[in-house]
Design a protein around this ligand. Structure first.
Ligand code: DP6
Length: 327
């Protein structure tokens, strides 16, 4: 066993919002997704994580928001660190301190920024110098969507066919397009079935093969729309893809109903605003909160209108953000 000097390393990563969703794995353990996905990192929202491997520890210690974490969350973090320990060929436990600058239950999936920041900090802390592709593959093992929080700006995660070719890469830098994500928080309580449990149910829906049948076309349309800054085409495919995912969720066995009546109210208003010529569209992840995507020049106007809608408790505003970095 090696006994190298261990450094204390910190990293920052941003959550991301998927325009074309990841839902269902072809290999649950490796987190090889059924389909490729597209997303944008969210600037201003972040996870900061500090890692130090310590030969004196008898187990991993994980402190999140000032609280020592035990149970399934610690187990998930520990088994992710096992992957790094095996890559580095060492058997030393780590001390991890992590903090988000956005609250839990804000409608922003925190596992993406959490595992992206942890992958970067922990790999450096053991002396591994992984490139972006390797980091994205590593982050994927912690949480699928975390693979997309490693590269910057607008990001594609190619599904691939094996661990080696399932990683994410940037398709355009953050300054490519002035999009704003207005995250409408309708309910901040914890969801009963999280993404990991949800992915495992995807195949129980008779609609999952139908969702997957044309997902490549949706990825192509969405990528093209982003590259050409074609909001109308982007809006159409983003809403269609979110609706496909929720159709699969609702028809899973057991069914997953993430929406609230207020979710539908926001979606309905966004559709109407677009009919009136305002470039806004919506997408919903595994929860009731709605991400309203809008061109930045309309962001304040739409934010004010969203704030008036029934059930909107809070709105977070984010623009395209950078990839994960050491800090
Ligand atoms: C609905 O990446 O959170 O947000 O790999 O089990 O951690 P795990 O799942 P996760 O799933 C994200 C699901 C989604 C869609 C998306 O972000 O693509």
């Amino acid at each position: 066993m090696k006994s190298p000097e261990f450094k204390t390393i910190s990293a920052v990563a941003h959550p991301n919002i998927a325009f074309i969703k990841y839902w269902g794995n072809r290999d649950q353990a490796l987190r090889l997704p059924c389909n490729s996905s597209l997303s944008m990192n969210l600037s201003g929202l972040e996870t900061r994580t500090t890692v130090r491997f310590d030969p004196h520890l008898t187990r991993d210690v994980f402190v999140f928001s000032g609280e020592v974490v035990v149970g399934p969350v610690l187990e998930r973090v520990s088994s992710f660190l096992d992957r790094i320990r095996s890559l580095a060929k060492l058997n030393v436990y780590a001390h991890i301190i992590s903090r988000n600058n956005f609250p839990a239950g804000a409608g922003i999936a925190s596992s993406a920024s959490a595992f992206a920041a942890l992958a970067l900090a922990a790999s450096h802390a053991v002396g591994l110098d992984l490139n972006e592709q390797e980091l994205s593959r590593l982050a994927r093992r912690g949480s699928g969507s975390a693979s997309r929080s490693i590269p910057g700006g607008f990001v594609e995660w190619q599904a691939g066919t094996s661990d080696a070719d399932s990683f994410a890469f940037s398709i355009a830098p953050a300054n490519h397009w002035d999009l704003v994500d207005l995250v409408c928080v309708l309910d901040s309580t914890h969801k009963s079935v999280g993404s990991t449990g949800g992915h495992a149910l995807a195949d129980s829906s008779p609609l999952q093969p139908i969702r997957l049948a044309h997902v490549r076309e949706r990825v192509d349309q969405c990528r093209k729309a982003i590259l050409e800054r074609d909001f109308e085409s982007f809006a159409q495919v983003v809403e269609e893809d979110s609706n496909f995912m929720h159709a699969v969720m609702r028809t899973s066995n057991p069914p997953l109903h993430y929406w609230l009546p207020e979710t539908e109210i926001v979606l309905w208003n966004v559709l109407n605003w677009r009919k009136e010529g305002i470039p806004a569209c919506s997408t919903v992840d595994a929860g009731p909160n709605v991400h309203v995507l809008v061109l930045s020049e309309y962001a304040s106007e739409i934010e004010n209108q969203l704030a008036e809608l029934s059930g909107v408790q809070k709105i977070f505003k984010a623009s395209p953000g950078p990839g994960a970095s050491l800090c």
